[in-house]
Ligand binder design. Structure first.
Ligand code: TRP
Length: 319
């Protein structure tokens, strides 16, 4: 039997290179492996737990679909869908909520972090978010969840809930496991000790869709304290497919002859080149294609979701 992979990327704005390296790059690589069935999706309901502008959400979601396609997610190899198009997720969420001890949610470190950062909007959705994530995972009977470090605790909850459900209602769900994507932390361009994040502002992030001009402008303004230079060198390594340019940079750096502007311009060139094909492919994806991909992917996901929910309803005695 094939192993099932499920992972999601939230629609919260432009995709930055940290999001790409931490998630999507790995998803694309996993597509080459025939031993997996893959579900990749956009958890739009999750993204409602943080304040947002309703008028921008659809644009962000559709732009993210274009990004995913242009970066290499192939709808023939992966089921690509949008969470809210599969209403069964909220139904399974509710069932799992009734199995979730409050204490499990109270220990979630991401909730504590987010509550600190969003003190004026600590909503119940933010608190129960890991249960919705467990529903996303168990719905497709996932074995493996490629996620970043910050999500490991949530996948652990999905395991706990799979076990609880199985014990109470009979064997239904495999126990999912995180697959940690091994990426170095990508740091902000402007604050060399902070993680790259949209909350640091557009100038602190490199977006995958940035034009070469924008990339070069942003990198030109990057801080060059000791840590900042290390960050830029680290990026050069990550975005240099042959490693040759990085080797030169690193040699000059070690010899003390590397000028910051040279490092910056070389890095800008590397990153622009790295995403050149992506930018061209993205241009070719029109609204019609986005609609078709969403319709097809959601239909496929929904079929599986309906099958799971019929089983869940009957096992729980609810219908
Ligand atoms: N919470 C995840 C994040 O912010 C996104 C996500 C939602 C997810 N549901 C998921 C990831 C299920 C893996 C599996 O990154």
């Amino acid at each position: 039997m094939k192993k099932v992979i499920v992972s999601g990327i939230q629609p919260t704005g432009e995709m930055h290179i940290g999001n790409y390296l931490g998630a999507v790059k790995n998803w694309v690589e996993l597509q080459a492996d025939p031993q997996f069935d893959r579900y990749f999706f956009i958890p739009d309901w999750h993204s409602m737990t943080i304040d947002y502008e309703p008028g921008t959400k659809q644009r962000i979601i559709r732009n993210l679909v274009r990004d995913l396609l242009a970066l290499g997610i192939d709808p023939k190899k992966s089921t690509l869908f949008i969470q809210s198009h599969i209403p069964e997720h909220t139904e399974l969420f509710w069932t799992l909520m009734t199995l979730t001890p409050m204490s499990e949610l109270e220990k979630m470190t991401q909730f504590k972090d987010k509550a600190l950062k969003n003190a004026e909007n600590i909503n119940a959705g933010l608190f129960t978010y890991p249960v919705l994530m467990a529903a996303d995972i168990l719905m497709y009977k996932a074995h493996i969840n490629p996620v970043g470090e910050d999500q490991v605790q949530h996948v652990e909850l999905a395991r706990v809930l799979a076990k609880k459900f199985n014990n109470k209602f009979g064997q239904t769900f495999p126990e999912p496991q995180s697959m940690l994507t091994n990426v170095p932390r990508i740091m902000s361009l402007l604050e060399s000790d902070k993680k790259m994040s949209k909350s640091g502002g557009d100038k602190s992030c490199l977006y995958v869709s940035d034009s070469p001009t924008v990339i070069s402008e942003k990198i030109r303004k990057a801080v060059t304290d000791e840590q900042g230079v290390q960050n830029l060198l680290g990026l050069a390594k990550l975005f240099d497919p042959t490693g040759l340019t990085y080797k030169h940079l690193n040699k000059d750096f070690a010899g003390g002859t590397l000028k910051n502007v040279e490092l910056k311009d070389t890095l800008a060139e590397l990153i622009s080149t790295y995403f050149a094909d992506f930018r061209a492919r993205k241009e070719e994806i029109d609204d019609k294609m986005v609609d078709e991909v969403i319709a097809e992917g959601c239909a496929r996901a929904r079929e599986m979701a309906q099958r799971t929910m019929e089983d869940v309803r009957s096992k729980t005695g609810i219908r």
